[in-house]
Each structure stands twice: as structure tokens, then as C-alpha cells.
Design a protein around this ligand. Structure first.
Ligand code: PLP
Length: 350
């Protein structure tokens, strides 16, 4: 058995692979592959509708939010968000907690003023700033709920009346959250909810239509809402993989059930790393991510032993991001407890 700790694209449930493979060969007994069916057919329209409804159900969204499936990855949302929400003479507030958040900040500056309310750059993004102040005139406040590269996660939702915007690419649907508190949520699918090639965007209708610039149709959330994510050919197959993953999650008991499992997986691995001599956890304890466990190995010979053991026991994806080095073990929803037990055993035995 291969233990897949990849950070993204990352492991999905086995039944998702099986369902996706079957749909490529013969989609719902049509004799056609899902790859060769027109998107404006009842077959695909109903598939998309089910995906949207299931996402709303799992996130317990109220009637004010729309769920969209768009192209371009989370990176497109870095600019599509300010393009739709922020005018040139207005200010958006951002929290700077890592590589992805700082990319979002850079893009937003092209569309309006940006106030960085706090940053953890002073300590290489190893903690989440607390007690920061969001200015009253900010049009929205943007943050990353889980910092995939640095291994920090922000567990509390800021207590503010400013509309909240969050990049949830790497912890969406991994833990209970009041998703209705957010004006806009986006997530690239390839970490917790599906295959590369699609973004899930959740948006509250009332924040749209206030920016005064002209938007290309494909960049305008309102046009996507009107066209039910079918403004052009949607990434049908990637959306189908999301549907299969969401169905799997629902069957597992939904977000509350997966959160319990995710908590025990993270507890086990962090405990192992705390106990093992030579391994170092650099992230502030209260901000440790349950999705991406980042650590260093101080002694080069131990490091070598660790890598060899990983190779021997078919553990893939443990290398840290090229910007931080060290190691990163990702524990997304689909990663089974057995894989965490296996790597914990491996570390104990080094
Ligand atoms: C992976 C990731 C991104 C980038 O996603 P793309 O789909 O490659 O654009 C952005 N933000 C976070 C938090 C991520 O984990």
C-alpha cells in the first residue's frame, strides 16, 4: 500500500477513483464517456446541480449564498475577488500569514488599496497573529484559513462586521465552521474536495455589484450566478470528481464526523513528532495545522534514515515546500488513519 502524503494534488478516496474511472468509460449507462457529453444536457446539468446542492448541504449554507464552480485555480481568485469587490479608492484588509496570502495581497494591490492588518513574516510565518485590528472602512477582510506551505491554521473566525473573504483551499470541509459568516469563500479543489481544474466559490449575493469597473464576463461572479456556472463549458470532469468526493463525505457522516477523524490523525502525528528526539516542530503549538504537518530533522544522518525508511515503506510526498524546506506530511480528509499510524510507527522506530 502506498501512503500518499502529497500536499496537492493529493489523495482522494478510493471509491472516488473508481467512480471517476467508471464515468470515463460509461457515464450512467449511456454508453458514452463523461468526457464526450455536452454540458448543456440534462445529464450534466443535473450532475452540476447535485454537486451545488450537496456542497450547500455539507456547509449548511443559508439561502443568501451561491455556490459556483469556476476555472483558474485559487490563484485566479487572488485577483477575481478584488476585481469584483474593491474599487480603486477603497481599502481591503488582508492578513499576511504565508506564501499564498501574500500572493493574494500582491494581486489585490492592482485593484485598490490594501491594508495588511498583521503579518507573521517576522518569524517565517510560523504562527497566526492574534489581536489585530480590522479598520472600520475596509470593504472586506481576507485571510487564508489554512496555510498549506507553512503548516499553520486559523481556528477562530475574526469577530468583525466587515465582510469576510477566505481562501479555504486546503482545509475546506475538514472541520466544522460557520460558513455562513463568510461573504466569500474560495477553494481550489485539488486538496480536500476533488481534482485539479476547478475552484469552488461560495459567495453571498449582497456583496456583489458594488464595484464600478467593467468586468470581462468570465471574471464577473454575477454572470456566473445567472448562468449557473455554465457561462462557458465548465470543467465537467473535475466537477464530477468533486461530486463523488462530496458524496463520500456525506456517507462518512459529513463535516462533524471527518473533523473527529482529522483531529485524531493530527494528534497522533504531532504527539509522535514531539516525543521523537531529533525532530523539531517549528509552528506555534496553538496554530498547528491539522491538514499539513510541517517539521524539521536536525541531524543529517537521521534525515537520511527517515528518507530511506519512507522510500522503503512506500510513503510519498513528505518533502517540505521548496520555499521552506524540511518536511511536510499532509493529512487531508481522504488520508486514512492507517497511513498516519504507519508513518508514526516509522518515526518511532528510527
Ligand atoms: C494550493 C493553494 C493555492 C493555489 O491553488 P491553485 O489551484 O494552484 O491556484 C492557493 N491557496 C492555498 C491556501 C493553497 O493551498
Amino acid at each position: 500500500m502506498i501512503h500518499n502524503f502529497n500536499a496537492g494534488p493529493s489523495i482522494l478516496p478510493l471509491e472516488v477513483y473508481e467512480g471517476a474511472a467508471a464515468a470515463i468509460m460509461n457515464y450512467q449507462q449511456t454508453g458514452l464517456s463523461i468526457l464526450e457529453i455536452g454540458h448543456r444536457t440534462s445529464l450534466i446539468e443535473s450532475m452540476l446541480e447535485e454537486t451545488i446542492q450537496l456542497a450547500k448541504e455539507l456547509m449548511k449554507l443559508d439561502g443568501d449564498h451561491e455556490v459556483l464552480f469556476l476555472h483558474g485555480g485559487a490563484t485566479t481568485q487572488f485577483f477575481q475577488v478584488p476585481m469584483n469587490l474593491l474599487n480603486e479608492n477603497q481599502t481591503a484588509a488582508y492578513l499576511d500569514c504565508g506564501v499564498w496570502g501574500s500572493k493574494a495581497i500582491k494581486e489585490a494591490k492592482n485593484f485598490g488599496m490594501v491594508e495588511v492588518v498583521a503579518s507573521s513574516k517576522d518569524k517565517n510565518y510560523t504562527y497566526i497573529p492574534k489581536g489585530f485590528n480590522i479598520p472600520d472602512d475596509a470593504i472586506y477582510f481576507h485571510y487564508t484559513t489554512n496555510n498549506t506551505i507553512e503548516g499553520t491554521e486559523m481556528f477562530s473566525i475574526p469577530d468583525t462586521n466587515i465582510p469576510l473573504v477566505a481562501d479555504m483551499s486546503s482545509d475546506i470541509l475538514s472541520r466544522e465552521m460557520d460558513f455562513n459568516r463568510f461573504a466569500l469563500i474560495y477553494a481550489g479543489a485539488q486538496k480536500n474536495i476533488g481534482a485539479t481544474g476547478v475552484n469552488m466559490v461560495v459567495v453571498r449575493r449582497d456583496i456583489l455589484g458594488k464595484a464600478n469597473r467593467k468586468l470581462p464576463g468570465m471574471m464577473d461572479y454575477r454572470q456566473h450566478i445567472e448562468n449557473k456556472s455554465m457561462l462557458n463549458t465548465p470543467p465537467v470532469f473535475a466537477i464530477y470528481v468533486c461530486l463523488l468526493t462530496l458524496r463520500w463525505l456525506k456517507k462518512k457522516g459529513g463535516v462533524p464526523a471527518i473533523e473527529k477523524i482529522n483531529q485524531s490523525k493530527a494528534n497522533l502525528l504531532y504527539k509522535t513528532l514531539e516525543e521523537k528526539q531529533g525532530f523539531e516542530l517549528t509552528v506555534a503549538k496553538e496554530d498547528r495545522s491539522r491538514m499539513n504537518v510541517v517539521f524539521l530533522i536536525k541531524d543529517p544522518s537521521l534525515e537520511k534514515k527517515f528518507l530511506e525508511a519512507c522510500k522503503e515503506q512506500q510513503m510519498v510526498g513528505v518533502k517540505g515546500h521548496r520555499s521552506v524546506g524540511g518536511y511536510r506530511v499532509s493529512l487531508y480528509n481522504a488520508l486514512p488513519m492507517e497511513s498516519v499510524q504507519a508513518i508514526s510507527r516509522l518515526i518511532h522506530q528510527l
